[in-house]
Design a protein. Structure first.
Length: 119
């Protein structure tokens, strides 16, 4: 869904939210720095990549290190590397949803994403 479609279909989007989404729309995940399983403690949006360097999951959290630890310990999915974007405010929640809808990673399985993937 484009930002124009989102704005026209939802009249409740404030200018502040639209500004955050405009920034998120310009994120190029392929250019993000990849990290291995190192200690990182802050909130933001993270991206998990498989062994083929494909984006397979997008998430957000208040503590990136603890959340990533959970994913890598789980070992049910084929994550090899990760990237992240740090946020000072709670904007990361909006950005996460927008990016999931934009990239439709295969392991994001919530109801909204399933509906978008089926379109």
């Amino acid at each position: 869904m484009s930002l124009e479609q989102l704005q026209s279909s939802a009249n409740y989007i404030t200018p502040e939210v639209l500004e955050v989404l405009n920034k998120a729309n310009n994120i190029d995940v392929s250019s993000l720095t990849r990290h291995r399983k190192d200690r990182v403690v802050f909130k933001g949006v993270y991206f998990l990549f498989n062994y083929l360097d494909e984006l397979v999951y997008i998430g957000s959290t208040n503590d990136i290190y603890n959340r990533l630890n959970f994913h890598f310990k789980e070992e049910k999915k084929d994550y090899k590397t990760y990237s992240f974007i740090e946020f000072k405010d709670d904007e990361y929640k909006i950005v996460e949803r927008f990016l999931i809808n934009k990239f439709l990673p295969k392991y994001n399985k919530d109801i909204v994403t399933k509906k978008i993937k089926s379109l």
